[in-house]
Design a protein around this ligand. Structure first.
Ligand code: EPZ
Length: 418
Protein backbone atom coordinates (compact mmCIF):
# COMPACT_ATOMS: atom_id res chain seq x y z
CA UNK A 1 0.00 0.00 0.00
CA UNK A 2 1.44 3.37 -1.05
CA UNK A 3 2.23 5.97 1.54
CA UNK A 4 3.34 9.62 1.55
CA UNK A 5 6.55 11.02 2.99
CA UNK A 6 6.02 14.72 3.73
CA UNK A 7 8.65 17.30 4.73
CA UNK A 8 6.98 19.89 6.94
CA UNK A 9 7.16 23.64 7.43
CA UNK A 10 6.41 24.43 3.79
CA UNK A 11 4.50 27.49 2.59
CA UNK A 12 2.05 26.99 -0.29
CA UNK A 13 1.91 29.69 -2.97
CA UNK A 14 0.52 29.78 -6.48
CA UNK A 15 -2.54 28.67 -8.45
CA UNK A 16 -4.33 25.31 -8.55
CA UNK A 17 -7.21 24.13 -10.73
CA UNK A 18 -10.16 22.40 -9.05
CA UNK A 19 -11.47 19.29 -10.83
CA UNK A 20 -14.96 17.91 -11.42
CA UNK A 21 -16.86 17.08 -8.23
CA UNK A 22 -16.62 13.36 -7.43
CA UNK A 23 -19.91 13.51 -5.52
CA UNK A 24 -21.66 15.14 -8.48
CA UNK A 25 -20.29 12.84 -11.18
CA UNK A 26 -21.06 9.58 -9.35
CA UNK A 27 -24.89 10.01 -9.29
CA UNK A 28 -24.81 11.55 -12.80
CA UNK A 29 -23.07 8.40 -14.07
CA UNK A 30 -25.86 6.32 -12.52
CA UNK A 31 -28.43 8.56 -14.25
CA UNK A 32 -27.13 7.27 -17.61
CA UNK A 33 -28.95 4.01 -16.77
CA UNK A 34 -32.23 5.85 -17.34
CA UNK A 35 -31.83 5.96 -21.13
CA UNK A 36 -30.58 3.66 -23.92
CA UNK A 37 -28.90 6.66 -25.53
CA UNK A 38 -25.33 7.88 -24.87
CA UNK A 39 -24.75 10.33 -22.01
CA UNK A 40 -21.50 12.32 -22.43
CA UNK A 41 -19.55 13.89 -19.55
CA UNK A 42 -16.80 16.52 -19.83
CA UNK A 43 -13.32 15.14 -19.10
CA UNK A 44 -13.02 14.52 -15.36
CA UNK A 45 -10.45 13.78 -12.66
CA UNK A 46 -9.04 10.26 -12.62
CA UNK A 47 -10.38 9.08 -9.27
CA UNK A 48 -10.71 5.59 -7.85
CA UNK A 49 -14.40 6.11 -7.00
CA UNK A 50 -15.17 7.13 -10.60
CA UNK A 51 -13.40 3.99 -11.81
CA UNK A 52 -15.47 1.92 -9.34
CA UNK A 53 -18.73 3.39 -10.67
CA UNK A 54 -17.60 2.76 -14.26
CA UNK A 55 -16.91 -0.85 -13.26
CA UNK A 56 -20.39 -1.25 -11.80
CA UNK A 57 -22.02 0.20 -14.94
CA UNK A 58 -19.96 -2.14 -17.15
CA UNK A 59 -20.92 -5.08 -14.90
CA UNK A 60 -24.57 -4.14 -15.47
CA UNK A 61 -23.98 -4.23 -19.25
CA UNK A 62 -23.48 -0.55 -20.09
CA UNK A 63 -20.53 0.58 -22.21
CA UNK A 64 -18.32 3.20 -20.60
CA UNK A 65 -15.66 4.93 -22.73
CA UNK A 66 -13.38 6.74 -20.30
CA UNK A 67 -9.93 7.76 -21.60
CA UNK A 68 -8.00 10.26 -19.42
CA UNK A 69 -8.51 13.80 -20.67
CA UNK A 70 -11.31 12.73 -23.01
CA UNK A 71 -15.09 13.03 -22.50
CA UNK A 72 -16.61 10.00 -20.78
CA UNK A 73 -19.42 8.35 -22.78
CA UNK A 74 -21.85 6.01 -21.03
CA UNK A 75 -24.41 4.01 -23.06
CA UNK A 76 -26.79 1.73 -21.19
CA UNK A 77 -28.54 0.23 -24.22
CA UNK A 78 -29.06 -3.27 -22.83
CA UNK A 79 -28.93 -4.18 -19.14
CA UNK A 80 -29.21 -8.00 -19.10
CA UNK A 81 -29.43 -8.22 -15.33
CA UNK A 82 -30.00 -5.18 -13.08
CA UNK A 83 -27.86 -6.53 -10.24
CA UNK A 84 -25.00 -4.90 -8.31
CA UNK A 85 -23.08 -7.64 -6.46
CA UNK A 86 -21.64 -7.26 -2.98
CA UNK A 87 -17.99 -7.40 -4.06
CA UNK A 88 -18.55 -4.26 -6.16
CA UNK A 89 -20.90 -2.40 -3.80
CA UNK A 90 -18.72 -2.97 -0.71
CA UNK A 91 -15.91 -1.01 -2.39
CA UNK A 92 -18.07 2.07 -2.82
CA UNK A 93 -21.34 2.65 -1.02
CA UNK A 94 -22.33 5.34 -3.55
CA UNK A 95 -23.19 2.46 -5.90
CA UNK A 96 -26.48 2.35 -3.96
CA UNK A 97 -27.71 5.18 -6.20
CA UNK A 98 -28.02 2.71 -9.09
CA UNK A 99 -31.14 1.39 -7.34
CA UNK A 100 -33.45 4.23 -8.37
CA UNK A 101 -32.50 4.38 -12.06
CA UNK A 102 -32.56 0.56 -12.44
CA UNK A 103 -36.05 0.44 -10.91
CA UNK A 104 -37.25 3.33 -13.09
CA UNK A 105 -35.98 1.83 -16.36
CA UNK A 106 -36.29 -1.95 -15.81
CA UNK A 107 -38.86 -2.33 -13.03
CA UNK A 108 -36.51 -4.35 -10.85
CA UNK A 109 -33.12 -4.17 -9.18
CA UNK A 110 -30.97 -6.29 -6.89
CA UNK A 111 -28.34 -4.22 -5.13
CA UNK A 112 -26.15 -5.43 -2.27
CA UNK A 113 -26.47 -3.51 0.97
CA UNK A 114 -23.15 -1.63 1.33
CA UNK A 115 -22.78 -2.32 5.05
CA UNK A 116 -21.30 0.18 7.45
CA UNK A 117 -18.26 2.31 6.88
CA UNK A 118 -15.58 3.91 9.05
CA UNK A 119 -17.51 7.14 9.64
CA UNK A 120 -20.82 5.59 10.56
CA UNK A 121 -23.58 3.03 10.03
CA UNK A 122 -24.96 5.00 7.08
CA UNK A 123 -28.23 3.07 6.70
CA UNK A 124 -30.40 3.29 3.57
CA UNK A 125 -33.78 3.30 5.34
CA UNK A 126 -34.76 6.66 3.83
CA UNK A 127 -33.88 5.49 0.30
CA UNK A 128 -36.09 2.42 0.71
CA UNK A 129 -38.92 4.38 2.34
CA UNK A 130 -38.95 6.78 -0.63
CA UNK A 131 -38.84 4.04 -3.27
CA UNK A 132 -41.61 2.20 -1.41
CA UNK A 133 -43.74 5.33 -1.50
CA UNK A 134 -43.39 5.29 -5.31
CA UNK A 135 -44.87 1.79 -5.33
CA UNK A 136 -41.76 -0.37 -5.33
CA UNK A 137 -41.92 -3.69 -3.49
CA UNK A 138 -38.74 -3.76 -1.39
CA UNK A 139 -37.33 -6.83 0.39
CA UNK A 140 -34.01 -7.33 2.14
CA UNK A 141 -32.73 -10.87 1.52
CA UNK A 142 -29.26 -12.33 2.16
CA UNK A 143 -27.70 -8.85 2.38
CA UNK A 144 -29.31 -7.65 -0.83
CA UNK A 145 -32.03 -5.12 -1.57
CA UNK A 146 -34.56 -6.86 -3.82
CA UNK A 147 -36.73 -4.18 -5.42
CA UNK A 148 -39.55 -4.64 -7.93
CA UNK A 149 -42.10 -2.29 -9.44
CA UNK A 150 -44.22 -3.08 -12.49
CA UNK A 151 -44.95 0.63 -12.67
CA UNK A 152 -43.73 3.37 -10.36
CA UNK A 153 -46.39 5.91 -9.47
CA UNK A 154 -45.80 9.50 -8.40
CA UNK A 155 -46.18 10.11 -4.65
CA UNK A 156 -45.44 12.49 -1.80
CA UNK A 157 -42.09 11.60 -0.17
CA UNK A 158 -40.99 13.28 3.05
CA UNK A 159 -37.48 12.42 4.30
CA UNK A 160 -36.86 12.19 8.07
CA UNK A 161 -33.58 14.01 7.48
CA UNK A 162 -32.01 15.58 4.38
CA UNK A 163 -30.12 12.69 2.74
CA UNK A 164 -27.94 13.30 -0.32
CA UNK A 165 -28.04 9.71 -1.63
CA UNK A 166 -31.66 9.21 -0.64
CA UNK A 167 -32.72 12.35 -2.53
CA UNK A 168 -30.74 11.22 -5.58
CA UNK A 169 -32.19 7.70 -5.56
CA UNK A 170 -35.80 8.85 -5.19
CA UNK A 171 -35.36 11.67 -7.71
CA UNK A 172 -34.04 9.26 -10.35
CA UNK A 173 -36.79 6.75 -9.60
CA UNK A 174 -39.49 9.42 -9.98
CA UNK A 175 -38.57 10.94 -13.37
CA UNK A 176 -40.47 8.28 -15.39
CA UNK A 177 -43.06 7.38 -12.74
CA UNK A 178 -46.75 7.87 -13.56
CA UNK A 179 -47.90 11.28 -12.41
CA UNK A 180 -46.45 13.80 -9.98
CA UNK A 181 -43.89 13.20 -7.23
CA UNK A 182 -43.15 15.71 -4.49
CA UNK A 183 -39.94 15.18 -2.50
CA UNK A 184 -39.92 17.18 0.73
CA UNK A 185 -36.97 17.74 3.08
CA UNK A 186 -34.82 17.05 0.02
CA UNK A 187 -31.07 17.56 0.45
CA UNK A 188 -29.82 20.99 -0.68
CA UNK A 189 -26.24 19.99 -1.53
CA UNK A 190 -25.21 21.52 -4.91
CA UNK A 191 -24.67 17.99 -6.23
CA UNK A 192 -28.46 17.46 -6.09
CA UNK A 193 -29.18 20.44 -8.35
CA UNK A 194 -26.38 19.28 -10.65
CA UNK A 195 -28.01 15.84 -11.01
CA UNK A 196 -31.42 17.46 -11.54
CA UNK A 197 -29.99 19.71 -14.27
CA UNK A 198 -28.64 16.63 -16.09
CA UNK A 199 -32.01 14.84 -15.75
CA UNK A 200 -33.78 17.94 -17.16
CA UNK A 201 -31.38 17.92 -20.14
CA UNK A 202 -32.35 14.24 -20.60
CA UNK A 203 -36.03 15.24 -20.80
CA UNK A 204 -37.19 15.04 -17.19
CA UNK A 205 -39.58 17.59 -15.70
CA UNK A 206 -38.24 18.77 -12.32
CA UNK A 207 -38.95 21.97 -10.40
CA UNK A 208 -37.81 23.35 -7.04
CA UNK A 209 -34.05 22.96 -7.45
CA UNK A 210 -32.21 24.30 -4.34
CA UNK A 211 -35.50 24.77 -2.44
CA UNK A 212 -35.71 21.54 -0.41
CA UNK A 213 -38.94 20.56 -2.18
CA UNK A 214 -38.53 18.87 -5.58
CA UNK A 215 -41.61 18.51 -7.79
CA UNK A 216 -41.33 15.95 -10.59
CA UNK A 217 -43.82 15.28 -13.40
CA UNK A 218 -43.15 11.78 -14.74
CA UNK A 219 -42.35 11.51 -18.47
CA UNK A 220 -42.54 8.39 -20.69
CA UNK A 221 -38.80 8.18 -21.33
CA UNK A 222 -35.47 10.02 -21.28
CA UNK A 223 -32.93 10.64 -24.05
CA UNK A 224 -29.15 11.13 -24.08
CA UNK A 225 -27.44 14.40 -23.13
CA UNK A 226 -24.09 16.10 -22.63
CA UNK A 227 -23.13 17.42 -19.19
CA UNK A 228 -20.28 19.09 -17.33
CA UNK A 229 -20.59 18.47 -13.60
CA UNK A 230 -19.95 21.22 -11.05
CA UNK A 231 -16.46 21.78 -9.60
CA UNK A 232 -15.50 19.90 -6.45
CA UNK A 233 -16.28 22.17 -3.49
CA UNK A 234 -14.60 19.80 -1.03
CA UNK A 235 -11.39 19.73 -3.05
CA UNK A 236 -11.51 23.54 -3.36
CA UNK A 237 -12.03 23.86 0.39
CA UNK A 238 -9.16 21.47 1.07
CA UNK A 239 -6.76 23.61 -0.99
CA UNK A 240 -7.93 26.82 0.73
CA UNK A 241 -7.34 25.27 4.16
CA UNK A 242 -3.92 24.06 2.93
CA UNK A 243 -3.05 27.69 2.07
CA UNK A 244 -4.21 28.89 5.50
CA UNK A 245 -2.40 26.19 7.51
CA UNK A 246 0.93 26.88 5.73
CA UNK A 247 0.63 30.67 6.07
CA UNK A 248 0.57 30.79 2.27
CA UNK A 249 -1.11 32.51 -0.65
CA UNK A 250 -3.06 30.24 -3.02
CA UNK A 251 -5.59 30.95 -5.76
CA UNK A 252 -8.04 28.10 -6.36
CA UNK A 253 -9.29 28.30 -9.95
CA UNK A 254 -12.56 27.03 -11.50
CA UNK A 255 -14.13 26.86 -8.02
CA UNK A 256 -17.70 27.95 -7.25
CA UNK A 257 -17.46 30.20 -4.18
CA UNK A 258 -21.25 30.05 -3.84
CA UNK A 259 -20.90 26.39 -2.84
CA UNK A 260 -18.47 27.26 -0.04
CA UNK A 261 -20.11 30.12 1.88
CA UNK A 262 -19.99 28.36 5.26
CA UNK A 263 -16.25 27.64 4.96
CA UNK A 264 -15.31 31.08 3.57
CA UNK A 265 -17.11 32.85 6.43
CA UNK A 266 -15.17 30.80 8.99
CA UNK A 267 -11.82 31.29 7.26
CA UNK A 268 -12.39 35.06 7.22
CA UNK A 269 -13.41 35.00 10.91
CA UNK A 270 -10.12 33.24 11.65
CA UNK A 271 -8.23 36.09 9.99
CA UNK A 272 -7.49 34.85 6.47
CA UNK A 273 -7.80 37.35 3.60
CA UNK A 274 -10.09 35.94 0.90
CA UNK A 275 -10.75 37.49 -2.52
CA UNK A 276 -13.22 36.22 -5.12
CA UNK A 277 -11.90 36.99 -8.58
CA UNK A 278 -14.06 35.79 -11.53
CA UNK A 279 -14.34 32.05 -10.95
CA UNK A 280 -11.42 31.73 -8.59
CA UNK A 281 -10.92 32.09 -4.84
CA UNK A 282 -7.67 33.53 -3.46
CA UNK A 283 -6.69 32.96 0.16
CA UNK A 284 -3.82 34.93 1.63
CA UNK A 285 -2.76 34.10 5.18
CA UNK A 286 -2.22 37.24 7.28
CA UNK A 287 -0.05 35.61 9.94
CA UNK A 288 -2.93 35.75 12.43
CA UNK A 289 -5.23 32.72 12.97
CA UNK A 290 -7.95 33.01 15.61
CA UNK A 291 -9.89 29.94 16.78
CA UNK A 292 -13.57 29.69 15.76
CA UNK A 293 -16.34 27.17 16.43
CA UNK A 294 -17.94 25.04 13.71
CA UNK A 295 -20.98 22.77 13.65
CA UNK A 296 -21.33 20.52 10.64
CA UNK A 297 -24.79 20.35 9.07
CA UNK A 298 -26.49 19.50 5.78
CA UNK A 299 -25.95 22.17 3.09
CA UNK A 300 -25.82 25.16 3.37
CA UNK A 301 -24.34 24.41 6.82
CA UNK A 302 -20.65 23.73 7.35
CA UNK A 303 -19.86 20.63 5.24
CA UNK A 304 -19.03 17.49 7.20
CA UNK A 305 -16.58 16.60 4.40
CA UNK A 306 -14.39 19.58 5.39
CA UNK A 307 -14.58 19.04 9.17
CA UNK A 308 -11.40 16.97 9.47
CA UNK A 309 -9.37 19.34 7.28
CA UNK A 310 -10.66 22.35 9.25
CA UNK A 311 -9.74 20.71 12.55
CA UNK A 312 -6.11 20.46 11.39
CA UNK A 313 -6.22 24.23 10.81
CA UNK A 314 -7.69 24.87 14.28
CA UNK A 315 -4.58 23.29 15.85
CA UNK A 316 -2.67 26.33 14.53
CA UNK A 317 -5.24 28.94 15.62
CA UNK A 318 -5.09 30.98 18.83
CA UNK A 319 -7.69 29.93 21.39
CA UNK A 320 -10.17 27.09 21.80
CA UNK A 321 -12.13 25.94 18.73
CA UNK A 322 -15.25 23.81 19.30
CA UNK A 323 -16.00 21.31 16.50
CA UNK A 324 -19.44 19.70 16.59
CA UNK A 325 -20.11 16.87 14.12
CA UNK A 326 -23.86 16.38 13.66
CA UNK A 327 -24.02 14.47 10.34
CA UNK A 328 -22.05 11.27 11.02
CA UNK A 329 -21.67 9.43 14.31
CA UNK A 330 -17.98 8.56 14.07
CA UNK A 331 -16.10 11.20 12.18
CA UNK A 332 -13.30 12.05 14.65
CA UNK A 333 -10.88 9.26 13.71
CA UNK A 334 -8.33 11.85 12.60
CA UNK A 335 -8.18 13.27 16.16
CA UNK A 336 -5.90 10.61 17.73
CA UNK A 337 -3.56 10.95 14.75
CA UNK A 338 -3.44 14.75 15.14
CA UNK A 339 -2.74 14.29 18.88
CA UNK A 340 0.21 12.03 18.04
CA UNK A 341 1.61 15.00 16.12
CA UNK A 342 1.26 17.22 19.20
CA UNK A 343 -2.26 18.67 18.85
CA UNK A 344 -4.21 19.48 22.04
CA UNK A 345 -7.73 18.13 21.40
CA UNK A 346 -10.36 16.78 23.76
CA UNK A 347 -13.29 14.69 22.48
CA UNK A 348 -16.62 14.62 24.28
CA UNK A 349 -19.20 12.63 22.27
CA UNK A 350 -19.81 14.41 18.97
CA UNK A 351 -17.86 17.49 20.12
CA UNK A 352 -14.11 18.05 19.94
CA UNK A 353 -12.38 21.06 21.55
CA UNK A 354 -9.13 22.09 19.87
CA UNK A 355 -6.75 24.27 21.90
CA UNK A 356 -4.16 26.13 19.89
CA UNK A 357 -1.79 27.08 18.62
CA UNK A 358 0.29 23.96 19.26
CA UNK A 359 3.40 23.27 17.18
CA UNK A 360 2.91 19.96 15.35
CA UNK A 361 5.78 17.49 15.00
CA UNK A 362 6.14 15.18 12.05
CA UNK A 363 5.07 11.60 12.79
CA UNK A 364 4.06 8.35 11.13
CA UNK A 365 0.28 8.55 10.80
CA UNK A 366 -2.45 6.38 9.30
CA UNK A 367 -5.46 7.50 7.29
CA UNK A 368 -8.85 5.98 8.12
CA UNK A 369 -11.11 7.51 5.47
CA UNK A 370 -10.99 9.90 2.54
CA UNK A 371 -11.27 13.21 4.36
CA UNK A 372 -9.26 12.14 7.42
CA UNK A 373 -6.36 11.38 5.06
CA UNK A 374 -6.58 14.92 3.65
CA UNK A 375 -6.50 16.25 7.22
CA UNK A 376 -3.28 14.34 7.99
CA UNK A 377 -1.61 15.63 4.81
CA UNK A 378 -2.47 19.22 5.75
CA UNK A 379 -1.16 18.74 9.30
CA UNK A 380 2.09 17.26 7.94
CA UNK A 381 2.59 20.27 5.64
CA UNK A 382 2.88 22.61 8.63
CA UNK A 383 4.45 20.15 11.13
CA UNK A 384 8.10 20.39 12.10
CA UNK A 385 10.16 17.65 10.45
CA UNK A 386 9.15 14.63 8.44
CA UNK A 387 5.81 12.79 8.44
CA UNK A 388 4.47 9.67 6.82
CA UNK A 389 0.78 9.22 5.94
CA UNK A 390 -0.11 5.58 5.37
CA UNK A 391 -3.10 4.02 3.58
CA UNK A 392 -3.35 6.87 1.11
CA UNK A 393 -5.54 4.69 -1.09
CA UNK A 394 -8.26 6.47 0.89
CA UNK A 395 -6.99 9.77 -0.53
CA UNK A 396 -6.86 8.53 -4.12
CA UNK A 397 -10.59 7.86 -3.99
CA UNK A 398 -11.39 11.56 -3.99
CA UNK A 399 -8.28 13.58 -4.92
CA UNK A 400 -6.43 13.20 -8.19
CA UNK A 401 -2.61 13.13 -7.80
CA UNK A 402 -2.89 15.37 -4.73
CA UNK A 403 0.83 15.19 -4.00
CA UNK A 404 1.73 16.51 -7.46
CA UNK A 405 -0.69 19.40 -7.18
CA UNK A 406 0.45 20.34 -3.67
CA UNK A 407 4.12 20.03 -4.70
CA UNK A 408 3.44 22.47 -7.56
CA UNK A 409 2.42 24.94 -4.81
CA UNK A 410 5.60 24.39 -2.81
CA UNK A 411 4.93 21.27 -0.76
CA UNK A 412 7.55 18.52 -0.45
CA UNK A 413 5.61 15.24 -0.67
CA UNK A 414 6.84 11.99 -2.16
CA UNK A 415 4.67 8.93 -2.80
CA UNK A 416 6.38 5.67 -1.83
CA UNK A 417 5.07 2.66 -3.67
CA UNK A 418 5.27 -0.53 -1.63
C1 EPZ B 1 -22.97 11.89 0.65
O1 EPZ B 1 -23.07 10.66 1.33
C2 EPZ B 1 -21.50 12.05 0.27
N1 EPZ B 1 -21.09 10.96 -0.60
C3 EPZ B 1 -20.63 12.06 1.53
O2 EPZ B 1 -19.29 12.31 1.12
C4 EPZ B 1 -21.09 13.20 2.44
O3 EPZ B 1 -20.34 13.16 3.63
C5 EPZ B 1 -22.58 13.04 2.75
O4 EPZ B 1 -23.33 12.98 1.52
C6 EPZ B 1 -23.12 14.18 3.59
O5 EPZ B 1 -22.92 15.40 2.92
C7 EPZ B 1 -21.42 11.02 -1.92
O6 EPZ B 1 -22.05 11.95 -2.37
C8 EPZ B 1 -20.95 9.88 -2.78
P1 EPZ B 1 -26.42 11.21 3.44
P2 EPZ B 1 -24.54 10.04 1.65
O7 EPZ B 1 -27.37 10.18 2.93
O8 EPZ B 1 -25.47 10.31 0.53
C9 EPZ B 1 -28.08 9.40 7.51
C10 EPZ B 1 -17.01 11.95 0.93
O9 EPZ B 1 -16.11 12.11 1.76
N2 EPZ B 1 -28.97 8.60 6.66
O10 EPZ B 1 -26.70 12.65 3.18
O11 EPZ B 1 -24.33 8.63 2.09
C11 EPZ B 1 -26.64 8.99 7.36
O12 EPZ B 1 -26.34 7.90 8.22
C12 EPZ B 1 -18.31 11.31 1.34
O13 EPZ B 1 -16.95 12.33 -0.27
C13 EPZ B 1 -29.89 7.74 7.27
O14 EPZ B 1 -29.97 7.66 8.50
O15 EPZ B 1 -24.95 10.92 2.91
C14 EPZ B 1 -25.89 10.23 7.76
O16 EPZ B 1 -25.82 10.27 9.17
C15 EPZ B 1 -18.26 10.79 2.77
N3 EPZ B 1 -30.70 6.98 6.49
C16 EPZ B 1 -26.80 11.37 7.26
O17 EPZ B 1 -28.09 10.77 7.06
C17 EPZ B 1 -30.64 7.03 5.11
O18 EPZ B 1 -31.42 6.32 4.45
C18 EPZ B 1 -26.36 11.99 5.95
O19 EPZ B 1 -26.23 10.95 5.02
C19 EPZ B 1 -29.70 7.90 4.51
C20 EPZ B 1 -28.88 8.67 5.30
Amino acid sequence: MDYFVIEGETKLEGRVEVRTAKNALLPCMAAALLTPEPVVFKAHAQLQDIAYMAGILRHLGATVEDEPGRPMVITAEEIPSPECPYDLVRKMRASAVTLGPLLARFGRARVALPGGCAIGARPLDQHLKGLGALGADIRIEHGYIEAEASKLRGAEVVFDMPTVGGTQNVLMASVMAEGKTTIRNAALEPEIADLASLLIKMGASIEGLDTGTLVVEGVPGLHGAEHACIPDRVEAGTFLIAAAITNGDVTVESANAGHLDALLVKLREMGAAIELVNGSIRLRATGELRAVDITTAPHPGFPTDLQAQFMALLTQARGAGVVKETVFENRFMHVPELMRMGADIRIDGNVSVVNGPTPLNGAETMASDLRASACLVLAALCAKGRSEVRRIYHLDRGYERLEERLNALGARISRVQT
